[in-house]
Design a protein around this ligand. Sequence first.
Ligand code: ZN
Length: 226
Amino acid sequence: MALKRALCRWGRFLLNLLYPPNCIRCGGYSQGEPLCPGCQRELEHLRSTGMQELINRWRRPELDFLIAPFIYATGIKGVLIQMKNESDSRRLAYFSEQVANAFQDSGLSADVVVCMPMSRKKLRRRGFNHAELLAQAVAARLELPYLPGVLTMDDAAAVQHTLGRAERQKNAEKHIGFGSGAIQGKTVLVLDDICTTGSSLSVACRLLKEHGAVCTIAATIAITPR
Ligand SMILES: [Zn+2]
């Protein structure tokens, strides 16, 4: 697996030398920009509004704030699935910038950044946790410390998107745990790629508060509309 990933990385590196990097969403020519003009327009249509923060706040009291620059809809699904399955520095750079900008625009501040966990079993299979890469990139942009291993997920956890709303909550409560990390008295920014029902994020935020966090802010690339 490691050899295959290394070969893929080399292949991509050589391709980038031969052909300049293209649009991160459709692969078309983008004049060196992350998105081609068509994809730029499509993603602009999916811009989230400040209301998402409030709506989510009423629904999930454990979460003090939720920030998501995009609405999760057909136009963004494909690129976010790609991001989950293959590590790509340009996709990561674009979306981490979008999340960091949305956070800065919110006027909120945080002390530390953590990520939603992935089970060891899944991490071995995938080779990376996309939420962790996003959290590290956002933390670097915001010049905040990233704390690894604060939240954990055990190997018995089911994949959230295969479950209904009630099952998601139970699955998250049963399998997400607190690892370690100095978060006492801190405002913690928790990163994930997508917020659908908010079950995992709310369990994570409750755990963070039980371990001393004074405020929890979740930030995701996209949020499911309601
Ligand atoms: Zn495009």
